[in-house]
Design a protein. Structure first.
Length: 431
C-alpha cells in the first residue's frame, strides 16, 4: 500500500495549533537541555512558560551563525551524546564549520520531509534518481538518498563530479531524475549535448539547489535535455539539509513544510517582520528538531513569502526562490549590489550565456573598477560583440546604476564547477 507523505491538514486549519505545540516544545526542550539556549533565554528574560501564542515567537532572541561558530564543536546540542546518531557540517567559507547533531527521530523526520518533496515533484516508485551532490559531512548526498529510500524510488548514488560516469549511468540505467547543484546540472547538460546523448536518455526531471540559479541556466538545461520539469530545492545544514521544501509543479515558488518549522521574513537591519510579500531575511524556528533545535535562526537568505494561493492546488505556504544572501552584498562606488541583481540583468539580454564573473579592483587613484566577464552565445562577429557589450553596459547603468567594463568571452570558457559556483571576485580587500 502506498503511503502519502503529505499528511498536512487539507485546509491547514490545524496548522497554527500544531505550530504552537511545536514552538512550546522547542523552547522548553532547548531551555532545559542546552546550556547555550538557557543562557541566551535567561539573558532575554524569557522562560518557556511565557510562550502562550504564536505571537510570542517575537519575544524570543535570534540565533546566528556566529553563535554556532563560537560554540564549536557541538553548538545548540540539546540531547545527551548517546542520543546523537549522526552529525553534519557545512563547510563554512570563513571561520569554523557549523556542526549540527541529529537524533534518530531527526533523521526520520528529515526522511519524511524529503519524501514529501519527491511526492510533490510527482515522482513514482518506478523513478530512478541519479544523485550528483556530495556525500559526507555535507547534508546533500545523504539527504537525497534518505528521501529516495523513504519515498521508495531507486537511488543511483554517484556523487558529484565524474561527468563521464554520470553520462554512462544516465544512459545505461535510464535514470529519470537528476539531482545536483545548479552548476553541476549545467556542466552535465553541456556534456550531454557534446556527446549527442539526448535521444538515448530518459531524463524527465531535474532537482537542483544549494545555490542560486539564473533563468538563463534553467533555459539552457531545459533546451538541451527537453526535461519536463526543473525543481529548485532549497535547504541548509542548520535546518536538517535539503528537503524542507520544494518548487511545485506549477513552478511558482517553493512550498515549505510549515508543520516542521516556522518561517519568518524580517528586515535584516531592523529585524522587524516585513509586510507579507516584501523581501527580507528568512528566519527559521524548528518545531520538532531534537539534536540541535533552532530558535529564530537567521539564515541570511533573502526571499519573500508568496501570500497568494498557489495554482498547483497545494495549500502549504510558499516562499520565493532564494534571491541572494544578505552577506553576499557588495558595495561598488556607493551602490549596494546583490549578485542576484546581476543574474537578473543578464538573464534579460539575448545572446548572453548562462555564466558570468564579476571582478572588482581598486585602481592606483583609489577609484573602484568593475569588470564583468560574460559568455557570448551564438554569432561572434565583431559587430555583434560590440553591440552586445554596449547593451550589457547600458542595462547595468539603467538597472543597477553602475557602469562596468564588459569583456565578452566564448561560450563554455568560464569555469563550470560541480560545487557551489563563485561568481564575484572582490580584489579590493586589504587596500
Ligand atoms: O546547500 C543544502 C543543500 C544541498 C540544498 C543540496 C539543496 C541541495 P549548506 O551547505 O548549509 O546546505 O548551504 C546552505 O546555501 O543558506 C543558501 O544560501 C544556499 N542555498 C541552498 N539551496 C539553495 C537554493 C546546502 N535552492 C545555503 N537556491 C543556504 C539558492 C541556496 N541558494
Amino acid at each position: 500500500m502506498s503511503r502519502s507523505f503529505m499528511p498536512v491538514p487539507a485546509d491547514l486549519e490545524d496548522l497554527p495549533a500544531l505550530q504552537l505545540k511545536g514552538l512550546k516544545w522547542t523552547v522548553s526542550h532547548a531551555y532545559n537541555n542546552s546550556l547555550f539556549y538557557r543562557k541566551k533565554l535567561d539573558n532575554f528574560r524569557v522562560s518557556p512558560e511565557m510562550i502562550r501564542s504564536l505571537d510570542d515567537l517575537r519575544r524570543l532572541p535570534f540565533t546566528t551563525a556566529q553563535d554556532l561558530q563560537e560554540n564549536y564543536p557541538f553548538p545548540l546540542r540539546a540531547v545527551p551524546f548517546e542520543k546523537i546518531v549522526r552529525v553534519h557540517a557545512s563547510s563554512g567559507t570563513t571561520g569554523k564549520r557549523k556542526v549540527l547533531c541529529y537524533t534518530q527521530k531527526d533523521i526520520n523526520d528529515w526522511a519524511d520531509m524529503f519524501a514529501r518533496c519527491f511526492e510533490m515533484a510527482q515522482l513514482s516508485p518506478s523513478d530512478r534518481v541519479q544523485i550528483a551532490v556530495g556525500y559526507g559531512l555535507w547534508t546533500a548526498g545523504v539527504g537525497f538518498q534518505l528521501g529516495c529510500e523513504r519515498f521508495g524510488a531507486m537511488a543511483v548514488p554517484v556523487g558529484p563530479a565524474n561527468t563521464e560516469m554520470h553520462c554512462q549511468l544516465l544512459e545505461d540505467l535510464q535514470s529519470t531524475v537528476f539531482c545536483s547543484t545548479a552548476s553541476m546540472a549545467l556542466l552535465m547538460v553541456e556534456e550531454i549535448e557534446r556527446r549527442g546523448q539526448r535521444d538515448r536518455l530518459s531524463l524527465k526531471k531535474f532537482i537542483f539547489g544549494a545555490e542560486r540559479h539564473s533563468r538563463k541556466m534553467r533555459q539552457r538545461i531545459q533546451e538541451i535535455t527537453g526535461a519536463e520539469h526543473l525543481f529548485d530545492i532549497p535547504g541548509l545544514t542548520e535546518l536538517y539539509g535539503p528537503g524542507t521544501g520544494l518548487e511545485c509543479i506549477a513552478h511558482d515558488g517553493v512550498h515549505y513544510w510549515a508543520d516542521y518549522y516556522i518561517l519568518e521574513i524580517v528586515n535584516p537591519e531592523t529585524l522587524e517582520p516585513v509586510i507579507p510579500g516584501e523581501i527580507g531575511e528568512m528566519v527559521v524556528t524548528s518545531l520538532r528538531k531534537e539534536g540541535s533545535p533552532l530558535i529564530r535562526y537567521r539564515t541570511r537568505d533573502l526571499t519573500r513569502v508568496i501570500p497568494e494561493p498557489c495554482s498547483c492546488g497545494n495549500l502549504l505556504p510558499r516562499h520565493d526562490h532564494i534571491l541572494g544572501r544578505s552577506d553576499d552584498m557588495f558595495i561598488f562606488r556607493a551602490v549596494n549590489i546583490y549578485p542576484g541583481q546581476i543574474d537578473h540583468v543578464l538573464s534579460q539580454i539575448p545572446g548572453v550565456g548562462s555564466e558570468y564573473q564579476v571582478h572588482l579592483f581598486r585602481k592606483g587613484d583609489g577609484r573602484d573598477l568593475m569588470l564583468v566577464k560574460v559568455e557570448m552565445l551564438g554569432a561572434d562577429s565583431p559587430e555583434f560583440a560590440k553591440d552586445l557589450a554596449e547593451e550589457i553596459t547600458s542595462e547595468f547603468r539603467r538597472q543597477i546604476m553602475v557602469r562596468p567594463q564588459v569583456e565578452l568571452v566564448g561560450y563554455g570558457t568560464l569555469p563550470r564547477t560541480e560545487r557551489k559556483s563563485r561568481r564575484v571576485f572582490d580584489n579590493r580587500a586589504g587596500d
